[in-house]
Design a protein around this ligand. Structure first.
Ligand code: OGA
Ligand code: NI
Length: 345
């Protein structure tokens, strides 16, 4: 779906049934997610631990500025992933796969709809691993020519930022700085996803990305400047996450919700489309590997706060995630103790 090939109207396989459409006029512009300056403590004022903790409890989302990742690297990364999506379809076709277990793949999200064919989302997504240290580069696209190098540099920076964020989030829960990252274990599952949303002739009829929560522990998103699209649920209303210059959007994934015993939230979000501008995002997911056991952290469980989730191996969580492909996934709910480990959908 190259930008110069945008059709005048949507083909039927892109049109959602009425009750699943985005209802853009109902999006609230009253609230916005917190913006946190990571330099604040160095300047001797402010309390970022407390601010992040509050954002994690109330929104599950925040934006960070002065995060230490060089601005020019973010620009190069955004340009590079955009160039990749703009390659001719023949060249991108080598990566195309409908197999969700493939580590590197280009694909279209879809939703299963009762009594009709699956509905495709107005987007293309590209999924790949990101290891800040290993040599993972051979799996990645050779084109555009700078792709591997830029991605390698970017991965290192995001790795550092993740450690800092995990430390702040741990402290917010009253835990040792390295507690959460330790619980997530060695050799984490590091997965990146580029999302490409060309201008859409009828944004009211479709979605860019269906409503979901991230199955990771933490997600760091770089988004196109000056184009909105990402929305999160706050008090039952959709709120738009408007891009802030040189900021990352950070959101908690399902694993932190479980580790925090439900205190911090992995919140539902979606991406909508617009008529005028191309929007691109790059999400960097950090989660545990398949062998890791995840459950509420012991220090956060007591008589007043009984465990909400049972312990599980990450492999089990991933299986449940795959099983719910194409639906409004409710994965962590299947691990709630009150559901006794049974699927809930
Ligand atoms: C995701 C995601 C949001 C966006 O990839 O999980 O939520 O802004 N992306 O594209
Ligand atoms: Ni997401």
């Amino acid at each position: 779906m190259a930008t110069d090939l945008v059709p005048m109207s949507l083909s039927p396989n892109l049109i959602l049934p009425e009750d699943m459409r985005p209802k853009l006029s109902q999006v609230s512009n009253l609230a916005s997610i917190p913006i946190i300056d990571l330099n604040e403590d160095q300047n001797g004022h402010g309390n970022i631990v407390q601010k992040i903790s509050q954002a994690c409890e109330e929104y599950g989302f925040f934006q960070v500025i002065n995060h230490g990742v060089p601005e020019e690297l973010c620009t190069r990364m955004m340009n590079t992933i955009t160039e990749f999506f703009n390659l001719p379809p023949e060249e991108k076709a080598q990566f195309f796969s409908t197999d969700p277990t493939k580590e590197v793949r280009l694909f279209n999200y879809y939703l299963k709809v009762k009594d009709q064919e699956n509905v495709n989302m107005w987007s293309e997504s590209f999924s790949q691993p990101w290891h800040p240290h290993d040599n993972f580069s051979d799996l990645l696209p050779k084109n555009p020519p700078q792709y591997r190098e830029v991605f390698g540099e970017y991965a290192k920076e995001i790795g550092k930022l993740n450690t800092r964020l995990f430390s702040l989030i741990s402290q917010g829960l009253g835990l040792e700085e390295d507690c959460i990252q330790k619980k997530l274990g060695d050799n984490p599952r590091l997965n990146a996803q580029g999302n490409y949303y060309p201008p859409c002739p009828e944004p009211e009829l479709t979605l860019g990305l269906a409503v979901h929560t991230d199955l990771s522990a933490l997600t760091v998103v770089l988004q196109s400047e000056g184009v909105t699209g990402l929305q999160v649920i706050k008090d039952g209303k959709w709120v738009s996450v408007d891009p802030v210059p040189n900021a990352f959007v950070v959101n908690l994934g399902d694993q932190i919700q479980v580790l925090s015993n439900g205190r911090y939230k992995s919140v539902h979000h979606r991406a909508v489309t617009n008529k005028e501008k191309l929007r691109v995002s790059l999400a960097m997911f950090y989660g545990p590997n398949k062998e890791t056991w995840i459950g509420p952290i012991e220090e956060l469980v007591d008589e007043e706060h009984p465990p909400v989730y049972r312990r599980y191996r990450q492999a089990e969580f991933l299986e449940e995630f795959m099983r719910q492909e194409g639906t409004r996934r409710m994965v962590k709910e299947a691990f709630e103790i009150r559901n006794q480990g049974k699927p809930v959908n």
